[in-house]
Design a protein around this ligand. Sequence first.
Ligand SMILES: [Fe+2]
Length: 182
Amino acid sequence: MPVTSPSKMTAPPSTTYKIVDVPEAYRDVIQQHGVAGAFVGPSERESPWVPFGPNAAIRHLHFDTRHNIFGNILWMKSAGVIGTHKHRGTVVMICLEGSARYLEYDWVAGPGDFIYETPGLIHTLVSDHPKGVKLFGWLQGPLEFYDDNGNFVETVDVWWFIHHYESYCREHGIPINKQLYL
Ligand SMILES: [Fe+2]
């Protein structure tokens, strides 16, 4: 394969499809105390789209109650607004489809674009795209939502997200997917 990068890194050293037994000094400790990884496939049974207001839905992917971290896809189904909110933690997002922006900033995120949000930011998410937007988000710490007059409405954190997911599953006879929980 031709070298396409000036990097000195030589990995990956193989193109062989083979599971390799790698040395691990603490295999027993990892087996006893480590946390398994997870996989969530595309079906509604693995994780449904849970309504979030009249024009949006959330597909929950991950709940980490140790660190108040939650991963999900936010889907705004057409052009619209998600309320003004304040972050108390850090957010990583990738736009998957459509587009989104914040009223407070001058950029527009399209498919593949990366968004990073930090504690203390206050902003108002909108989509101008006729098909709305799908945003993958990895969120740490609570968000506080405010109404149009700047009055505090609600804190949204990992407990809110778990309740949002589980209450919908109970109402619709969908089994709770343990893959979503760290
Ligand atoms: Fe935000």
